[in-house]
Design a protein around this ligand. Sequence first.
Ligand code: TRP
Length: 373
Amino acid sequence: MTNDNFIVTPWEVVGDVNYDVLMERFGTQKIDPSILDRVSKHTGELHFMLRRGIFYSHRDFDRILNAYEKKDEFVLYTGRGPSGNTHLGHLMPWIFTKYIQDKYDAKLLFQLTDDEKFLFNRNLTQHDTRKYAYENILDIIAVGFNPKKTEIFLDTDYIKTLYEIALDVSKRITLSTAKAVFGFNNSTNIGRIFFTSIQSVPAFLESKRQQKSIPCLIPCAIDQDPHFRVTRDVASALNYPKPALIHCKFFPSLTGSDKMSASKSNTSIFTTDSPKIAEKKIMNAITGGRKTVKKQRKNGGNPSECSIYQYYYYLFEDKDEKVIMLSEDCKDGKIICGECKQILAEKVKKFLVKHQEKREKAKDVVDQFMCKD
Ligand code: TRP
């Protein structure tokens, strides 16, 4: 029996997500071997997030590949809701987006929805969300996007440009659609109801600028799919191509399987955490190990329920042989949690030191990336 007792919306994830069930619920397609073959051919190497099915679902990704094979331009679009500092989980889809940008030489539009986070978080002021946005931008730049091919914008700093398309979109979405797709009700503030029109805009922006049909590919976590279902539904009425999507799973938290949340500071590692703090968080994480070393040696651990193993799998070990070996050694009781945590901590610390250097340097080039009215 499949467990479908969970909820995923763009603003909430409750319960244990079954990703295949979610794909069916949302009506998306699985990324199949034929797509992987094509991407392999185009890129020379499949990203480990594709090999491992971390990016696992899509809508019309094959059409983007068709366009590429015909040498047609396409644009990438992704985003970030600035509700707090950036944690490692946020970097995962951005790192993947950079891979696509580099391999396909595509332009990227990066939206920061400070308006969204203001409207959807009771505790955040407009000042807060703008402040977080500018912090997050440093992390985005630090990921290494091509400065010549990347435009980053904050909704509130670019609204004059965004508004025209947002109006076009909003005129074609009814309240009953918004209720059905997002679960809004009579006590939902009206800003939230309008907001999805703003998230649609970047999908159409390049077509509007160039006055011709430019296909758009949106890499995002699967929880964002409801927005883009609406975007796709209104596209043809507005004479724009439907954006294509490629969806990833959620990055796990240090307590186990849940989506890593920015609000629980001890269960996430932030990009601004000192290496020492990061190490401490890792050493305190929940694993799939046994209660005692003796039991672990005898019975082995359970990597599939281990947050440390997930960290290797999702971000910190790109060599498949090594991930497999780690899993086998764990199950055989050859490696115990203390060691496994320590090795990860070293990798994470190294990563953080480098990332924080790039983050500092990013401060000097923010203006080169930003689009403002
Ligand atoms: N709504 C997203 C969030 O809360 C931010 C976002 C805006 C986004 N546009 C996007 C994410 C496009 C992925 C792709 O994080």
